[in-house]
Ligand binder design. Sequence first.
Ligand code: URA
Length: 175
Amino acid sequence: MKCSLSSTRKNVVFGRGNPNSKLFVVGEGPGQQEDEQGVAFVGRAGKMLDSAFLSVGIDTNKDCYISNIVKCRPPGNRKPHKNEVSECIPWLEKQIGLIKPKVIVLAGSTAVESYLQVAEPISKIRGKWIIKDDIKYMPIFHPSYLLRNPSKEKGKPKWLTWQDLKKVKEELNLT
Ligand code: URA
């Protein structure tokens, strides 16, 4: 057994959405609902993600493919450990290699740190494009953080995420 998360999870959660799209979204790891159903981002955070994307005209089931850094739920929704990330990340690399997205949205600091080895606080790097190997990466706040910060006031996390996603939508129209 390569990773001990397989002994506590119910389902492996590969992802959901349209594998032929130009946009790929990366979260952290499945939560309880995702583990039960075997589908990524179907719980409360997923609903928040869906509505944030829909507010800029992106339908998460049609216009992007969504997956996570780790494919099995960490017990109690803790952050995945370093060894769990390193065992699992080749699957994500395979998914990205097959789908060949032009734009990748990295939701939350675990996604940014694990995939790009950028360890800056998400509040500093969100909203700024990172370009690597012909792919444009957009770091955004994780939707669970938006659930804890529900204000839509200008300058607050939800408003900032809306600005970030507008950039993503614009970029997709160009590609
Ligand atoms: N949070 C994540 O990061 N991913 C999911 O699939 C669900 C919640």
